[in-house]
Design a protein around this ligand. Structure first.
Ligand code: TXA
Ligand code: MG
Length: 321
């Protein structure tokens, strides 16, 4: 395995590997992605093999600039407005796809998920390679998404021979996914760093939340258990679960002395409850706790403000049986 750094030579090498059909783990501002040239079927197939990902789970395609939207998808006024405000950034938009897009990338769906990531090294790789990059999160299917290069190395090992190290991800949670398949009735498929209200303000209309079992949620909403550590996670809000010495408490903020006196070991996502900090730390802390042999992780749900909804979504999935 080789870990590449932020030098111009390393970034150029990584871009050349991608152009040549190799799979490379790349940093984004959300989580690390396992990337390949979206137009190269053999390369995309490797992504599914490496992750152990079912072929029915479509991939997000990452682009360098907005002119690529109309090459891959049927654009609309709404995507232009959202792109202007939020791209590059942690927003993925689902649109009707153009025929050039591989069925393998979209899991046979007539739609494509597009995102223009903000991480400067990712943008450089997109620019140098010249290809749109299909990339799911760089974790084995169902496990916690990686927010450092070391996380990728830890969980994929030799399956991921090339990793570009761009430091810890600043957002720490996967992008918000919005479906514009019917622009009149936009639908939120996955809560993330960009909040529904921010999108509604730009669109000037209400966004509905996709219901479990809806056609658009073929994945990953269909798969409740997602982003899961091996250690059992129990979520709580007001009523504290039973605890013993082998319980890990995962608090949203530093616990008060009376909470910190509960049996078990205490960890927190932020000092003061700031949800941006909590989101950034969530996956790294879950990974850390997962190798400490706790009986279970008692995880406090966040408030819904700020990035709280996205944090709650990930904790619920981590706790799903
Ligand atoms: O932040 C992110 O979005 C990260 C980084 C690497 O960009 N990527 C990521 O990919 O989280 P992944 O594969 O872990 O989640 C992608 C999800 C799929 O599981 C699926 O739910 C949704 O995106 N998706 C992709 N194409 C879709 C489509 N055509 N229609 C509906 N949902 C789609
Ligand atoms: Mg994922």
């Amino acid at each position: 395995m080789k870990i590449y750094s932020d030098t111009a030579a390393d970034i150029a090498e990584v871009a050349a590997l991608l152009s040549a059909g190799e799979v490379v783990a790349l940093p984004t501002e959300t989580v690390y992605g396992l990337a390949a040239d979206a137009m190269n079927e053999k390369a995309v197939r490797r992504i599914f093999e490496i992750k152990g990902r079912p072929l029915l789970d479509p991939l997000i395609v990452h682009i360098h600039d907005a002119t690529q939207v109309e090459k891959l998808a049927e654009p609309c006024a709404e995507v232009t407005a959202l792109a202007e405000r939020f791209w590059p950034g942690p927003l993925t938009i689902v649109l009707p796809k153009k025929p050039v897009v591989l069925d393998l990338v979209t899991a046979g769906k007539p739609s494509i998920a597009l995102r223009m990531p903000a991480h400067p090294m990712m943008r450089e790789v997109l620019s140098l390679s010249g290809c749109p990059l299909a990339a799911p999160s760089a974790n084995p299917f169902g496990y916690i998404s990686p927010t450092t290069a070391q996380h990728v190395a830890d969980s994929l090992g030799e399956l991921a021979p090339h990793i570009l190290d761009g430091g810890p991800c600043v957002q720490g949670l996967e992008s918000t996914i919005l479906s514009l398949l019917e622009p009149e009735t936009p639908t939120l498929l996955r809560p993330g760093p960009i909040r529904k209200e921010q999108l509604e303000a730009v669109l000037g209309r209400a966004i509905s939340i996709a219901q479990k079992g809806s056609a658009e949620l073929i994945a990953p909403g269909m798969l409740d258990r997602h982003y899961s550590p091996r250690t059992r996670v129990v979520i709580f809000h007001d009523i504290l679960p039973d605890a013993d010495d082998k319980t890990a408490w995962l608090w949203q903020r530093r616990p008060s002395p009376e909470k910190a006196a509960l049996p078990g070991t205490h960890f927190w996502l932020s000092e003061d409850g700031d949800s941006t900090t909590a989101a950034r730390n969530l996956f790294a802390l879950l990974r850390q706790l997962d190798v400490m042999n706790f009986h279970y992780i008692a995880a406090q749900l966040a408030d819904e403000s700020g990035l709280g909804l996205a944090i709650i979504d990930r904790l619920r999935r981590a706790a799903a049986e």
